[in-house]
Design a protein around this ligand. Structure first.
Ligand code: AMP
Ligand code: ZN
Length: 119
């Protein structure tokens, strides 16, 4: 039993709108989408931040990025071997960046022009 929201979603204890998964990675739609496509990609194992994951299991971080790209392709955000129309990956880390769930997640955002810099 864990009190981590995303671990509980991986375990099937809390519903998730799953769009892609592998043996080690899980991707589901954000409940409060900020763009036409807004998917969260996480490792099934619990790691708090992207940096912690990179230190503990760099290959798994690579698998998370590969899965994010696969989601982008599935959602029509990239075509062929190109990067158009494109998408954004975000890994909020810590309170200044607004991280609210302490289980590393890549936001995959796309489907509209995204402003830069973010707020
Ligand atoms: P962050 O603020 O970067 O930690 O991102 C956490 C994200 O998790 C937010 O965009 C939330 O909308 C999203 N979220 C929280 N609870 C759920 C849930 N039950 N299902 C899907 N997404 C969620
Ligand atoms: Zn977790």
């Amino acid at each position: 039993m864990t009190d981590c929201l995303f671990c509980r979603m991986v375990a099937g204890e809390i519903p998730a709108d799953v769009v892609h998964q592998t043996d080690r990675v899980f991707a589901f739609r954000d409940i409060n989408p900020q763009a036409p496509t807004h998917v969260l990609v996480i490792p099934k194992d619990h790691h708090a931040t992207a940096g912690a994951l990179a230190e503990a299991d760099p290959a798994l971080l690579g698998e998370v990025v590969v899965a994010a790209h696969a989601v982008a392709r599935q959602e029509g955000l990239v075509s062929g071997d190109g990067a158009e129309p494109g998408y954004r990956l975000v890994a909020n880390t810590g309170p200044h960046a607004g991280q609210t769930v302490p289980h590393v997640h890549l936001h995959v955002l796309g489907g509209r022009h995204l402003t830069w810099p973010p707020g």
